[in-house]
Design a protein around this ligand. Structure first.
Ligand code: DX5
Ligand code: ZN
Length: 223
């Protein structure tokens, strides 16, 4: 399966949000990654469903909504109504993770679970069957523009093995510090969705970076 590229709108110029989303519409991007931060689960605040709804009205690509918030189960339906196509909650924020996953699926959205850098992929052993996607954080969540944590690579390999031995089609998404320098290694390890914030939006020609990220691995045998 060809990999997917999800530019992260957090790195966009918010004074030109409409234009930035139009760039994504016109690009080879597959999804738009949308980071929701509450100042409690992570030490930063981004925006809420009101802005997601506005983005949805102009975005032609599926919205990949990453909830970095405590008690995400309180807001799942509202984010779905605002236009989320994929909803990801954090393992570390959900004492009743199984219930939260079912809640996401009941809305009709695809369900993802995110793991912080310190959380082992083996924590998901008993819910993997229920998931459409696992998001591995390759930076500590809360800010764009951070340095990629290389320990993520063995985690991708291990998770990929867990998925293939169970014959599942769960997508592995990598989020944080992803760019042209590490995309190929991530894809070879088994990643299928690459989130790219700064590497895309801070580039001189963002659409070109998206298309380069999309082309990576074209001539390599993928796992
Ligand atoms: C970090 C967010 C990421 C962030 C990625 O907490 O979850 O999605 O926007 O940005 P870059 O690609 O700049 O690390
Ligand atoms: Zn994110």
């Amino acid at each position: 399966m060809k990999h997917l590229i999800a530019p992260s709108i957090l790195a966009a110029d918010f004074t030109r949000l409409g234009e930035e989303i139009e760039m994504v519409n016109q690009s080879e991007a597959d999804w738009l990654h949308v980071d929701i931060m509450d100042g409690r689960f992570v030490p930063n605040i981004s925006f809420g469903m009101f802005i997601v709804k506005a983005m949805k009205s102009v975005c032609q690509k599926p919205l990949d909504v990453h909830l970095m918030i405590v008690e995400p189960e309180k807001y799942i339906e509202q984010f779905r109504e605002a236009g989320a196509d994929v909803i990801t909650v954090h393992y570390e924020a959900c004492p009743h993770l199984h219930r939260a996953i079912q809640q996401i699926k009941a809305t009709g959205a695809k369900a993802g679970v995110a793991l912080n850098p310190h959380s082992s992929v083996s924590l998901l052993e008993d819910v993997l069957e229920d998931l459409d996607m696992v998001l591995l954080m390759s930076v500590n969540p809360g800010f764009g523009g951070q340095k990629f944590i290389y320990q993520t690579l063995p985690k991708v390999r291990k998770l990929h093995e867990m998925i293939t031995t169970r014959n599942l089609s769960t997508l592995i998404e990598i989020d944080g510090g992803v760019g042209l320098q590490n995309a190929e290694a991530l894809l070879q390890a088994g990643a299928r969705v690459l989130v790219a914030g700064s590497s895309v939006f801070k580039a001189e020609r963002p659409a070109d970076v998206i298309s380069q990220l999309k082309k990576i691995g074209e001539n390599t045998l993928m796992v």
